[in-house]
Design a binder for this molecule. Sequence first.
Ligand SMILES: CC(C)(COP(=O)(O)OP(=O)(O)OC[C@H]1O[C@@H](n2cnc3c(N)ncnc32)[C@H](O)[C@@H]1OP(=O)(O)O)[C@@H](O)C(=O)NCCC(=O)NCCS
Length: 179
Amino acid sequence: MNQLVHRHCPHRRWFRVLADHHAGTLLVRLRLAIRQSTTSAVRISTIIVQALCETNARGCGAAIIDCAAANFSPSDIVARVADRLVLVATIDEKIVGTASLHQSTVRIVFVRPDRQKRGIGSALMREIERSAGTRSVAELTAPSSVTAEAFYRRLGFIPLRDEFHGEGRTIIMTKQLSL
Ligand SMILES: CC(C)(COP(=O)(O)OP(=O)(O)OC[C@H]1O[C@@H](n2cnc3c(N)ncnc32)[C@H](O)[C@@H]1OP(=O)(O)O)[C@@H](O)C(=O)NCCC(=O)NCCS
């Protein structure tokens, strides 16, 4: 689904709704992140740090989580929104998840811990794959945390190799797209 609908957001900026996802009674709306928006960047940064501390912390040590969280400050997010495709999932216009595509690599896929396991991550990934397809990307790469490996496998990604950064393990996963 790709609604070409324009909506007004609380920050008085216009944006295009990419897709709607129904999670039980919740309406989850997917759209592009707004460029140069400090408010959005703070929200995205907060969700990432929450997910790192609550979800990823189950799979790795505190030092690794602290190091990862340091890479996702609001100013880092503003810079990333400027140089890649960044999607956000919203409920009642409040950001609850994000995913991004940098060339053929999927990066920064995070859903707020209390909204996980309701299909929001999968909905974001469907839009990432659709966007990759329109950019003629034939193969997607996803550097996955240990925690997210099962999530990516369910979406059809297969593990290619492991990479180690200090004590942190990243599983490089790939998926062929049918163009
Ligand atoms: C990975 C993540 C984005 C998934 O988001 P989500 O909204 O919970 O995902 P979905 O609800 O669409 O889940 C899709 C499937 O993956 C499974 N899944 C999701 N997260 C999982 C996890 N951590 N471990 C095992 N399975 C998981 C779900 O059970 C579901 O399976 P089902 O269809 O059989 O029920 C979310 O757990 C998260 O933010 N994790 C922390 C950050 C992270 O590791 N991101 C990955 C980038 S490296």
